[in-house]
Design a protein around this ligand. Sequence first.
Ligand code: TYD
Ligand code: MG
Length: 455
Amino acid sequence: MSKIKTMFYCQNCGAQSSKWIGKCPACGEWNTYVEEVIQRDDDKNELHGFVIDSIAKPELIGEISVDSEKRINTFDDELNRVLGGGIVPGSLVLVGGEPGIGKSTLLLQVALNIKKIKVLYITGEESAQQIKMRADRIGIKNNDCLILTETSTKNIFSQIEIIKPDLLIVDSIQTLHTDIIESSAGSISQIRECASELQKFSKLTNTPVFLIGHITKDGNLAGPKILEHMVDTVLQFEGDRNYGFRILRSVKNRFGSTSELGIYEMQNTGLRQVTNPSEVLISERDENVSGVSIASTMEGMRSMLIEVQALVSTAAYGTPQRSSTGFDTRRLNMLLAVLEKRCGFKLGTKDVFLNIAGGIKVDDPAIDLAVIIAILSSNLDISIENNFCFAAEIGLSGEIRPASNIEQRISEADKLGFKKIFISKYNKITSGTKNYNIEICLVKKIEDIFKFLFL
Ligand code: TYD
Ligand code: MG
């Protein structure tokens, strides 16, 4: 029988106590005591009776074979790319996201798609029947994928010992509980302890493990960042639940770049990979309407074209309203102030609404120019040609500033058949522009582009 001792620690000042207490006597903070394991039987590599007989010995770096680092193909190009080229054996990957965003769907698809290796999908949230119903809906046939409805890590490890899976998926880490700690499932100490058991398992057996984690309202992975330190890779699954688009972003990756991202669309039959986001993000328009402009933007290392929509109308009440979806409202206010102060457009008495089509969020400053053009277009009720696009940042003095990765932006717009792209005069284009069919218009000030488009 292994000896396990636990102790309660204040998360604020580190004071310890053998019992849980509500108010820390040392620092006076409330509700900061969390149970932690302080002593366990670490001589054996043992997880609730599941003994792994591998004792680590030092190896010469030259003799470590990298062959074992061969990655597992997930048969999902977007996920492979975000992971840095597939799943690394022995890695612990955390997939976080708000409830209902599609985390379970994504990983069930992976489990069903990988056919040659043994996958064990552990669910503590849904019943096996519910998983089966979802699998039927996704429509991928795989009779070898194992589903286990269990929340106790003790029982999970005894099953793992029998099954010996090649890939483990845990849905979700917040539902698991280990019996060495008394607190209830989902508490910080339970999450940390369960994750550390799974980490031990994945490192000792070289089995990759995916953990699904819920995000709290303020956008943090539940269990104050503790999981992020323990895992090798953190993936964030995000999107607006009212729209179909989902973005899979890598927030931390020990085995690849964090600037990659995957784009999916949630359909009736599961998640579809979106290989060319621009085509879906720009709505079809037969006739030109005012208040719409196209921005050539970058998300991570991917360039795509998005549609910016603005509506400017006379304020119905005394104080004009400014609201935006998918774009920072403070930045919108700043751009409006620049228009007012530097360029003399009187928008102070107008309501301004801004929307990025497709329900995606953009924080690329290079969409500033498209935002301003959409606002001016709506204000004057003059439409912009739908084969024009924009990529530049606006400075506080009204100057049009260069955007990063400009060549990638131009080439994406060119590929999609745009006629003109407006960029800053200060952008340095190193390679020749002759290869492009698109006309590159260099602009310096808002007045210049205003004259060209609206006068
Ligand atoms: P789910 O994977 O359960 O989300 P999470 O695990 O992140 O909480 O997905 C939930 C939503 O996705 C749910 O509202 C239904 C929708 N959905 C589809 O639109 N199409 C599908 O094929 C599936 C399986 C789910
Ligand atoms: Mg789920």
